[in-house]
Design a protein around this ligand. Structure first.
Ligand SMILES: *Cc1c(COP(=O)(O)O)cnc(C)c1O
Length: 504
């Protein structure tokens, strides 16, 4: 199976997909930001800075963002989709084809005010789904018109804030919400642009999609149940709401473009039906195909370049429009992971190393100073990650290792299987790539571990995007008993009470 002489005791049996590395120090370019490299002694460098210097300043665990890489991925989506749609639909657009497609960055993948600023700089718009995300957008000075608001359970306060900020669209996710948005519009004396989140009966998974008649999920209004059509009828009857069009989001970490094809076709068919019923243009001009474009976490993943995805989607839409005899829509997309994911990696310091006899061989457990509190995706989704020795290179033979965190859960795994050099020792640093999306946003303080800082590097200069938490931050949320009300003596008494809870 592989050409390596097994180390004395260690299992060389990684999973089938994990190739034995020719060179354990090699960096697979698809997994890393463009600014990655190795400097003196093999220490990892990013955008001209050594990670050793970053760690000296900020410690570990540490999220490191390559700013230029993030920006260029964002820009590339805008250019690829605008060029492809301009080419397919032959629209008279400017030199850079701007305006053929709107690209919304899905803020939930990773959002802070500086990143919101980058996104707008690069010609994108911003998708939000809560009052908190709206607050970050407001802090960054994102113009309301460039913000979209999603969510299956928006509060009145969130709707009010969105309308007050003049968001470019609110994506309606339930029939109840229609009247609530209309009421908010009346309150502010404005007309509110909305879209309808349609459940198209397509569920996309990484390498396949499933088209189903019934959709058992909390998002959207289904076509088959007639709820989407009902929403369109109700919205168009309300003067306070302007229906921009239809929206769908079929999944995440998708490589198979055929799911988008089915979704686009079903949206355009619904639009044609509604226009026939309610009058031409009633259903709006816009079709949003959501996000979900896949990235590489390990050598198993082979994402398509945005140019190819854009051409595929543009071609499908043109053919569908021709087939149905309908006018081409204005398209928007919402990539999150594909922009933020590969732009960031996480640095950890190796602590204990344990060789465990599993009965089928020896498994090496490498513990690091973080874990499920800074990357929940492995525990939550069984996600695969990869990693590399970051503080030096090594000529030792590779050993399959499992990188685990410091939390009190056996499921606290960071990287399930990866080849690391056999001479790894406590104090070495390792780096886990592709942690830019859904890691910091899903981070927790489990076990009272402070969440790590997020640092951006550009042209050899590091800047903090999100400050790291301290024990003082954690204690700041903790409300201590005031003297006389709660003393250790009280605690003793209370422990004896049947409920164990004492008075509230
Ligand atoms: C999560 C989400 C996205 C972004 O998904 P990615 O997989 O990060 O690209 C886009 N649109 C909607 C509505 C979402 O919920």
């Amino acid at each position: 199976m592989n050409n390596h002489v097994a180390g004395a005791l260690h299992s060389d049996a990684g999973p089938v997909w994990l190739p034995y590395p020719e060179d354990v120090n090699e960096l697979m370019t698809e997994l890393w930001p463009a600014g990655i490299g190795r400097g003196d002694g093999g220490v990892l460098t990013v955008a001209g800075l050594s990670v050793a210097d970053l760690v000296a300043e900020y410690g570990t665990a540490l999220y490191v963002m390559d700013e230029s890489d993030f920006r260029s991925r964002a820009r590339r989506f805008v250019r690829a989709f605008n060029d492809a749609f301009a080419a397919e639909f032959g629209r008279p657009v400017g030199a850079d084809n701007a305006g053929a497609v709107d690209v919304y960055y899905a803020g939930k993948a990773f959002l802070c005010s500086q990143v919101a600023g980058w996104v707008i700089d690069e010609g994108l718009r911003l998708d939000t789904c809560t009052g908190g995300e709206l607050a970050v957008a407001a802090r960054a000075g994102v113009p309301g018109a460039k913000i979209g608001l999603h969510g299956n359970n928006k509060s009145d306060a969130e709707l009010r804030r969105a309308v007050q900020m003049g968001v470019g669209r609110i994506v309606i996710d339930s029939l109840d919400e229609i009247e609530r948005v209309a009421r908010t519009a009346r309150e502010f004396g404005v007309s509110v642009p909305v879209m309808v989140r349609v459940t198209v009966g397509v569920e996309a998974h990484t390498h396949e999609y499933i088209a189903t008649a019934h959709e058992d999920q909390k998002f959207g209004l289904s076509i088959t149940g007639g709820m989407a059509a009902d929403a369109v009828r109700r919205i168009t009857a309300l003067p306070e709401l302007t229906l921009l069009g239809l929206h769908s989001h079929i999944g995440s970490q998708i490589f198979d473009m055929s799911g988008f094809e089915v979704a686009a076709t079903r949206l355009l068919e619904l639009r044609a039906d509604m226009d026939a019923e309610l009058g031409d243009g009633a259903c709006g001009d816009e079709v949003d195909l959501g996000g979900g474009f896949g990235i590489a976490y390990t050598s198993q993943d082979d994402p398509q370049p945005p140019e190819l995805m854009a051409e595929t989607i543009a071609g499908v839409l043109r053919r569908t429009c021709t087939g149905l005899g309908v006018r081409p829509p204005h398209v928007s997309i919402e990539p999150g992971r594909a922009i933020a994911g590969p732009a960031m990696f996480t640095l950890y310091t190796v602590g204990t190393i344990k060789d465990v006899d599993t009965g089928q061989g020896i498994r090496r457990y490498v513990s690091v100073d973080g874990g499920m509190s800074d990357n929940a995706r492995t525990a939550l989704y069984n996600a695969d990650y990869s990693c590399t020795l970051a503080s030096r290179t090594s000529t030792a033979h590779p050993v399959v290792a499992r990188v685990v965190g410091k939390h009190c859960e056996s499921g606290d795994v960071v990287v399930r299987d990866e080849y690391l050099p056999a001479d790894l020792v406590p104090g070495d640093m390792i780096a886990v790539p592709s942690t830019g999306a859904y890691c910091r946003p899903l981070a927790s303080n489990y076990n009272h571990v402070p969440r790590p800082p997020v640092v951006a590097v550009r042209d050899g200069v590091a800047r903090v995007l999100v400050r790291g938490e301290t024990i003082d931050d954690l204690l700041a949320f903790d409300v201590p008993a005031t003297a006389g009300e709660h003393t250790p003596a009280d605690e003793q008494t209370r422990a004896d009470e049947p409920t164990g809870r004492g008075r509230l």
